[in-house]
Design a protein around this ligand. Structure first.
Ligand SMILES: [Fe+2]
Length: 200
């Protein structure tokens, strides 16, 4: 896996705390920056999982849940157009727009080994874990004729133990990400199946 070390420890400006963008603005950015529909779907799935986790597991209020959702929605926004500068470009764009630093830091920490930024908050830790497992779970659904219909946790787990399946997904990163959160891999896969199955 190539690295894109950010070589930074601070993201955004604390005085911008509470500055969010609307979901419409975030989707407009995605539509402009990410022509690839599959990649946009991935970000929408991560966003749905992040929002649901914030509300159901963290008791987040509406504003906090929107922060989690926005981080999920934008975390790979620069991947398609700027693969060599992923995620520096989206981070700098959000800093230019004076967006809440929690969102920017969360995006910067979605791949600790790739970007060199350790997840600190629960939002940071969850984007790392959800990003890894959301894409993997979706791959496990796509090979089934009925997609998510009848998809069980144990079948995703079996794929996880099959190194040749979605071989580009690092099992080591998944184990690392899940070890940092307050849920087992089984629980997180079940949560992800439930919350991303209807995302279009
Ligand atoms: Fe991602």
């Amino acid at each position: 896996m190539s690295t894109h070390l950010l070589n930074r420890t601070h993201f955004g400006d604390p005085k911008n705390a509470g500055n969010l963008m609307t979901l419409e603005e975030a989707h407009a950015l995605l539509n402009e920056w990410v022509p690839n529909e599959k990649l946009r779907l991935h970000m929408k799935q991560v966003a749905a999982n992040m929002k649901a986790w914030a509300i159901e597991k963290e008791g987040a209020d509406e504003t906090t849940a929107l922060k989690w959702e926005l981080a999920g929605l934008l975390h790979d926004a620069d991947w398609e157009k700027y693969p060599n500068d992923h995620c520096r470009i989206i981070i700098e764009e959000l800093e230019r727009r004076n967006i809440d630093p929690d969102i920017i830091r969360c995006i910067a920490s979605h791949g600790p080994k790739v970007f060199g930024v350790e997840p600190v908050s629960n939002m940071d830790k969850m984007i790392f874990a959800i990003d890894e497992l959301s894409g993997f779970t979706h791959a496990a659904a796509l090979i089934r004729p009925t997609l998510y219909e009848g998809l069980e946790v144990k079948s995703v787990l079996k794929r996880l133990k099959t190194p040749s399946f979605a071989a580009q997904v690092s099992r080591e990163d998944i184990a690392d990400a899940v070890a940092r959160i307050d849920a087992t891999v089984e629980e997180l896969i079940a949560f992800i199946i439930e919350h991303q199955r209807e995302v279009k």
